[in-house]
Design a binder for this molecule. Structure first.
Ligand SMILES: Cc1cc2nc3c(=O)[nH]c(=O)nc-3n(C[C@H](O)[C@H](O)[C@H](O)COP(=O)(O)OP(=O)(O)OC[C@H]3O[C@@H](n4cnc5c(N)ncnc54)[C@H](O)[C@@H]3O)c2cc1C
Ligand SMILES: NC(=O)c1ccc[n+]([C@@H]2O[C@H](COP(=O)([O-])OP(=O)(O)OC[C@H]3O[C@@H](n4cnc5c(N)ncnc54)[C@H](O)[C@@H]3O)[C@@H](O)[C@H]2O)c1
Length: 484
């Protein structure tokens, strides 16, 4: 007979989003169960953010050091790939989640290991690793946080070619002499940067006209330029039509549209994500298996006041920090509604944009940092997005390298910054920074965009001298001097 256990809250999926819901509901004193099929910590901890950044950090530090007089000579050699892999393995905990397990225990959350499926309203059925079954009943809420997985397009020959996805690209322990990368977005750009620095001869095959297509055009252009200088080949406007690997440990060949054939030792398909929803019982609550789960700004699934979805699975923003933001908001709302004794209670101002129970930043102030060389970081709208949305805007651009702090940071510092100003409200709608260290510049812009800080007040936010942040002064001066 299936055992049934009751909790206040059941969270399905223990990635960063699911974990943060648990953190909030436990802090509010609600009994909470977390169901996890693989490793607590999710994709981010073991096959995405953490291992990718651990691989990239030595590559970016070396690139920076090579531009510093007096230091360049000391870092001319290759990276010690084994030491880099050891560093990455340390940060993934050797793909073991003991630390996360202990943290869950320390906050009094209950971990159910196994595959979870919704089983009608407020119910989650868990199939454990030994085939055992448990039915979890939620008094207040079920939160789906099952994340996403890599999509591999069904090209002829692809299955037999055993391509890498982001999982292999972040966890491999051997440097392939030649790495072909299909895709042009964030995973492609970051992994091309890491593996070229680790010693692979990387060729990136971009279907579109540039790298990083969701950012301002200069971001992808500067990153492609630097990748080429590092020895990688970046080809745009090319389409992979078929893949061939004749022998298991032999080379892999990609056939391009037009018939050209490229050969590599490994092939990374960095071609996007799909929701992990095909086998989680969505059909038992009237939702479509295999689809992203649509939610309102309060992270609730319309028509089901007990059902929330946070993180990648709702497709609002496929980023760890944003999934955690959604989790904090959903967790707080669940706790408040539980305390009030009704899921349907009107939440007043808290449910309004920028209120405690609304994930407004997902659409209005979404930041992203891409850890390429140079780094590319942006928040809010690009110029094209702002124009498409019907805002009356002006873009102001600056050469990041012209700022004293950048010149002192590295010889020949190359970079660019743009702010997109709403001319009617005189506030920023977005900003983009591309250059070494740019990832740390974006949070100031996030505050300006989320806070709708007036341009007139930004003049009083004085950047320290000589930091790269002085680019803010250059941007404000350019805006002032350009007039309307
Ligand atoms: C290579 C790469 C690098 C990235 N780098 C960054 C970065 O630097 N910064 C950033 O912000 N984002 C980055 N991302 C994106 C980031 O990884 C995701 O946005 C984040 O992991 C999403 O978190 P999540 O909790 O929604 O889902 P996930 O991390 O995918 O976790 C979902 C969890 O649910 C579990 N699960 C799924 N189905 C079930 C089920 N039926 N039963 C039980 N458990 C289940 C899974 O096992 C998994 O542990 C990167 C992505 C990739 C691919
Ligand atoms: N530093 C970070 O914040 C970071 C790092 C890595 C990934 N991520 C997140 O993870 C998610 C996944 O990233 P991603 O780069 O895998 O996916 P993506 O969805 O951002 O981009 C996929 C790319 O693959 C291309 N593509 C799709 N099918 C193709 C085909 N058949 N042939 C050639 N190209 C094809 C698309 O044109 C697109 O440019 C993104 O949302 C990203 O924001 C974030």
């Amino acid at each position: 007979m299936t055992q049934e256990v009751e909790y206040d809250v059941v969270v399905l999926g223990g990635g960063p989003a699911g974990e943060n819901v648990v953190d909030r509901t436990r802090a509010a004193g609600l009994s909470t169960a977390l169901v996890e099929a693989e490793l607590v910590g999710g994709e981010c901890s073991y096959w995405a953010c953490i291992p990718s950044k651990a691989l990239l950090r030595p590559a970016l530090a070396r690139a920076d050091a090579r531009r510093v007089p007096g230091l360049a000579g000391a870092v001319g050699g290759p990276l010690d790939a084994r030491a880099v892999f050891d560093h990455r393995d340390y940060w993934t905990g050797g793909w073991k989640d003991g630390g996360q397990h202990d943290w869950l225990a320390s906050i009094g959350a209950h971990l159910h290991r196994g595959h979870g499926r919704l089983a009608g309203e407020r119910r989650v059925a868990v199939e454990g690793p030994e085939g055992e079954h448990v039915l979890l009943a939620a008094r207040h809420a079920v939160v789906v946080a099952t994340g996403s997985r890599a999509v591999v397009p069904p090209l002829p020959g692809i299955a037999g070619a055993r391509p890498w996805t982001s999982r292999e690209a972040t966890s491999a322990h051997r440097v392939p002499p030649r790495l072909l990368v299909v895709g042009g977005s964030v995973v492609a750009a970051e992994m091309a940067t890491a593996w070229q620095a680790l010693g692979s001869q990387v060729t990136v095959l971009v279907r579109g006209e540039r790298l990083l297509p969701r950012m301002e055009p200069f971001a992808g252009e500067l990153v492609a330029e630097a990748l080429r200088e590092a020895g990688a080949v970046v080809r745009t406007g090319v389409s992979a039509e078929a893949v061939v690997r004749e022998e298991a440990d032999g080379p892999v060949r990609v056939v391009l549209e037009g018939g050209e054939i490229l050969e590599g030792d490994e092939l990374l398909m960095a071609t996007g994500r799909a929701p992990r929803t095909e086998d989680i019982g969505l059909e038992t609550v009237g939702l479509e298996p295999g689809e992203w789960i649509a939610v309102d700004d309060g992270l609730r699934v319309p028509g089901h006041d007990w059902l929330y979805a946070v993180g990648d699975v709702n497709h609002r923003a496929l980023l760890t920090h944003q999934g955690k933001y959604q989790a904090r908001i959903a967790g707080a709302a669940i706790a408040a509604r539980a305390a009030a004794g009704t899921a349907g209670r009107p939440d007043g101002a808290a449910a309004e944009p920028w209120g405690a129970y609304a994930a407004t930043a997902d659409t209005r102030a979404l930041p992203q940092a891409v850890f390429t060389d140079p780094e590319a970081a942006a928040v809010g709208l690009t110029l094209a997005e702002a124009e498409r949305a019907g805002h009356r805007v002006r873009a102001v651009d600056c050469d990041l390298g012209a700022v004293s702090g950048a010149g002192l940071y590295a010889d020949g510092y190359r970079g660019r910054a743009r702010m997109v100003v709403d001319l009617d409200r005189e506030v920023l709608l977005g900003a983009t920074f591309v250059g070494a260290g740019a990832a740390e510049l974006v949070h100031a812009a996030t505050i300006a965009v989320a806070g709708a800080v007036p341009i007139a007040r930004l003049w009083h936010a004085v950047p320290a001298f000589p930091t790269i942040s002085e680019v803010w002064l250059r941007l404000l001066e350019a805006y002032r001097d350009q007039g309307d």
